[in-house]
Design a protein around this ligand. Sequence first.
Ligand SMILES: NC(=O)c1ccc[n+]([C@@H]2O[C@H](COP(=O)([O-])OP(=O)(O)OC[C@H]3O[C@@H](n4cnc5c(N)ncnc54)[C@H](O)[C@@H]3O)[C@@H](O)[C@H]2O)c1
Ligand SMILES: N[C@H](C(=O)O)[C@H](O)COP(=O)(O)O
Length: 356
Amino acid sequence: MSQKQPLLITTGEPAGIGMDVVLLLAQEGKLQNLNRPIWVIADANAMQARAEQLLATGALKSCPTWQSITVTPSSMTDVNNADFDIANNAFLLLDVPCPAPVQAGYIDTKNAAMVAKQLEIAHQLATNETVAAIVTGPLQKSALIDADIKLLDGTMFSGHTEFFMQQSGCKKVVMMLANQAMKVALVTTHLALRDVPAAITADNVRQTVQIVLDDMQSKFGMASPRILVCGLNPHAGEGGHLGMEEIEIINPVLQEFIAAGVDISEAMPADTLFTTRHLSNCDAVIAMYHDQGLPVLKSHGFGDTVNLTLGLPYIRTSVDHGTALDLAGRGEASATSLYQALIMANEMADKSLTTS
Ligand SMILES: NC(=O)c1ccc[n+]([C@@H]2O[C@H](COP(=O)([O-])OP(=O)(O)OC[C@H]3O[C@@H](n4cnc5c(N)ncnc54)[C@H](O)[C@@H]3O)[C@@H](O)[C@H]2O)c1
Ligand SMILES: N[C@H](C(=O)O)[C@H](O)COP(=O)(O)O
């Protein structure tokens, strides 16, 4: 095996495009050019079936080769000692079987536990440093919720970000999405819009800014990042006439950072923050909620964007897209976001080797 630790891909929802994009990158030789072994968690039979489906569409010209190993909690030692023939295989497949048959494009909630299992294994392998980073494929949050799969604290499964945060014992992590045009970090993540205002607390804003500052340095090598912050309300509250969160909560916290010499703005109107003049003079934007920041970012590079979690004890990057059930097995899914997520994880892993 190569001396470098592997990058671990979870393929997520088996009915979605997670396995498709792995197979497409393998065909292009893009899993093999990263200089690290690639491990992939999936159902081995479903992976074989998806490859045959993609061969039938013509999207795959020939079937990539991979080596397979069965994974159970008791076989983790085998995984750690896997003798992976990297020269002749695109990836090592960690086989986690699905209890129900997999049909591309059609969710079966009986397979939701297998999706959660992928994340548990990934967390375990990243925590014990068997793998250098986790790169997640898309899962269908509603399938896990419908199957009554909960986060560690007993609340509804809301996403990878919250899952890895709780598994790692972190009180707070930050979702950031990044592409060539911008980096956007979020104060709140997968929360109903009506619950957002209550979650905009001084502690939440302060912890978000601190994690962004720390990880912009440790993960992107920026010692003094320039950060712009969105207000919560239209026109950043219009001087208090359209909401008081900016005056009472957000700006007092931002002023603490400004006083400490951090290059950060006070709350700005979100509609004009995302303009070229401002973006060209900043390294990261902090948005208050999911659909304040992510639509702008994705409209500037859906397919070339990486989702990453800041504040975790290990590296986790992800695709920018969902399960795309309409494209699964059809050979029409783009694998560029997975490739960008792998490149970013690889660079961060190399960087942590040189700085540790
Ligand atoms: N990383 C993740 O796990 C992740 C990310 C986003 C959404 N989701 C989940 O995915 C499910 C479906 O979400 P959605 O429909 O909002 O978003 P989606 O990204 O699955 O699909 C939105 C549109 O983009 C297209 N698309 C998506 N990925 C593509 C690709 N690789 N190449 C070409 N076209 C692509 C789809 O065909 C669809 O038209 C939801 O359960 C959502 O929570 C998961
Ligand atoms: N909010 C993410 C996005 O829009 O791409 C997506 O839902 C994935 O979130 P997790 O990485 O937490 O599953």
